[in-house]
Design a protein around this ligand. Structure first.
Ligand code: FNR
Length: 188
């Protein structure tokens, strides 16, 4: 079986270090994981007024999550929380009421920062949101990446062996987590 993973980049920056991290993660992931980015940059700001009739961007988001076996969040920390664009996307996906796209969805979070705490506080914020959305989160290992210049190339090659080994084991653990969750709660 191949596991289809939809991944979110929490940053809209054209030179996002979290996008660079995502490239590295895709390179070291187990071969039976298949990745598709779920874009968040074109979503309007969510309002309950849309619930009766979602616009194409909102429908595309929910369809992309429905087509995934699991979701991976690769996000910066903004002001000790998550970027507004990512929260907006999660709000869209969680609605309309009763149609929460993350219900029972296997999920993992990881992030890179230029600072030493490596998105640790932002990830706690993201975990709280995903917990309310009933996503089945991988709780360990945690991964707080302090992304120093040159640690990962533009193409996603990791230049430090121990960091590469850590990212590889993170993705292997994620695969195990996805397989476990889907065994108990198969996607319909
Ligand atoms: C930041 N940054 C940041 N870093 C951090 O470690 N903790 C924080 O709370 C914040 N807050 C924050 C707010 C805003 C609005 C910006 C623009 C930046 C710095 C952040 O780690 C750095 O800009 C990263 O490069 C952001 O990730 P991307 O966008 O490059 O993926």
């Amino acid at each position: 079986m191949t596991y289809r993973v939809g991944y979110f980049i929490g940053s809209l920056s054209s030179h996002s270090i979290n996008r660079t991290l995502s490239k590295a993660l895709l390179r070291v992931a187990p071969h039976d994981m298949e990745f598709t980015e779920i874009p968040i940059g074109d979503l309007p700001l969510y309002s309950p007024d849309f619930d009766a009739d979602y616009p194409p961007q909102g429908r595309a988001l929910k369809e992309a999550i429905a087509a995934s076996d699991a979701v991976l969040f690769v996000s910066p920390e903004y002001n000790r929380s998550i970027p507004g664009a990512l929260k907006n996307a999660i709000d869209w996906a969680s609605r309309p009421w009763g149609e929460n796209s993350f219900d029972h969805m296997p999920a993992a979070v990881i992030g890179a920062s230029i600072g030493q705490i490596g998105t640790a506080v932002g990830q706690q914020s993201l975990r709280a949101v995903l917990s309310f959305c009933n996503a089945r989160q991988m709780t360990a290992p945690e991964a707080y990446i302090h992304l120093t210049p040159g640690l990962i190339t533009e193409q996603g090659e990791v230049t430090d062996q121990s960091t590469e080994a850590f990212l590889r084991s993170f993705m292997e653990e994620f695969r195990t987590h996805v397989a476990r969750v889907l065994t108990v709660i198969p996607r319909s």
